[in-house]
Design a binder for this molecule. Structure first.
Ligand SMILES: [Zn+2]
Ligand SMILES: [Zn+2]
Length: 361
């Protein structure tokens, strides 16, 4: 079938809206008509890393409506409303432990399907598809039951689209990785889509003190409205000292969403004894760490991908939180029609919008 997609053709060239051919679903695949797709930082970093001459359809926060299912697909029907997330095998040790984010085949299943293996063509030319098991900057995608979650049809798909990556990453880092409680001080570094989700999750589970650190006054104000008790300008040279002055000797838990080495260094300094820092922000940085600081104060640094959650059980919980008014994700979102995808990417990069979501008519 012919579909409409935003195609990245390398580097920072604008995405081009093109008509592509999408092959029919196999017995194990599900054809989804995309209604909305969030734009996530990984889309931009992947786009920049892809060489010219290797076109790809990005997008990995898709939400839509099932249009067809393969003959072996069970539990999903035509007309179902679904959220999409990353792909996983379902059979390796980590998948068996309910941690599909650490699937042994993660890279293969999520980096995109290249050349003859791709379901997408521009004329005769293969276009890399299946990015995160979806490539959702497109009117239609092929997914599987491993990376779709059926939700009630009354849920707004534009609001819920980012649940499958940014929101579960931030919220899950709080609820499943750090698990702070009413006596904790949680410092969240960077309040973009992931960090704001962490703020809202922390408020929802009753974390004692929630601290948001960012360079943007507007974002700090929004973080405040969404539940941060304390906001700190990340440009302040004494940001760590401001956190250690809050009580407990500093943050019992910290979350870095920026991937920036200087910010991570501040996060480490802000931790109290035996405090834990979780890293979820991918960046180009390597990390110079003063080992003595970790040893002398018993601090822990750990990484986490996609919130250490099982999307099949976690995304329905996020939907319920949203229903209950605990996760007002729409306050972060600006919707853009597909033909304005480049404006949406630019606005995400400039910080003008926290979470752009592409919509399809
Ligand atoms: Zn696996
Ligand atoms: Zn993402």
């Amino acid at each position: 079938m012919n579909i409409t997609a935003a195609v990245s053709r390398g580097g920072d060239a604008p995405l081009a809206i093109e008509t592509l051919a999408l092959r029919a679903p196999t017995a194990d695949e599900v054809l989804v008509r995309v209604v909305a797709s969030g734009i996530c930082h990984t889309d931009s970093t992947t786009r920049e890393a892809f060489p010219p001459g290797l076109p790809i359809v990005l997008g990995h926060e898709g939400a839509g409506i099932v249009e067809a299912v393969g003959s072996r697909v069970t539990g999903v029907s035509v007309g179902d409303h679904v959220l999409m997330t990353y792909q996983s095998c379902g059979e390796c040790a980590e998948c068996s432990c309910d941690l599909p984010g650490y699937c042994a085949h993660w890279a293969t299943l999520n980096a995109g399907r290249f050349g003859p293996d791709s379901p997408l063509r521009a004329g005769e030319e293969p276009v890399t598809g299946g990015f995160f098991g979806q490539s959702s900057f497109a009117s239609h995608v092929l997914a599987t039951t491993r990376n779709i979650v059926v939700i009630d049809p009354d849920v707004d798909l534009v609001s819920a689209a980012p649940f499958g990556c940014a929101v579960q990453t931030g919220a899950g880092a709080v609820t499943h990785v750090l698990a702070p409680d009413a006596s904790s001080v949680l410092a969240i570094f960077g309040v973009g889509g992931v960090g704001m989700s962490a703020v809202m999750a922390a408020r929802t589970i009753g974390v004692g003190t929630v601290v948001a650190v960012d360079l943007s006054p507007e974002r700090l104000e929004l973080a405040s409205e969404l539940g941060a008790d304390v906001v700190i300008d990340g440009g302040d040279t004494d940001a760590a000292a401001q956190i250690t002055a809050l009580g407990n000797g500093g943050a019992t838990h910290a979350l870095d969403t920026t991937g920036a080495a200087p910010v991570i260094a501040t996060a480490i300094d802000s931790l109290t004894a035996r405090g834990v820092l979780a890293l979820v922000g991918l960046g180009p940085s390597t990390l110079p760490v003063e080992v003595a600081k970790l040893i002398g104060r018993g601090k822990t640094i750990r990484g986490s991908i996609e919130g250490d959650v099982n999307p099949h059980t976690y995304l329905p919980q996020l939907v319920q939180w949203h229903r209950d008014g605990k996760l007002p994700i729409e306050r972060l979102i600006r919707a853009y029609p597909l033909d304005r995808v480049n404006d949406a990417i630019a606005d995400a990069a400039s910080g003008a919008v926290v979470k752009p979501v592409i919509t399809f008519s």
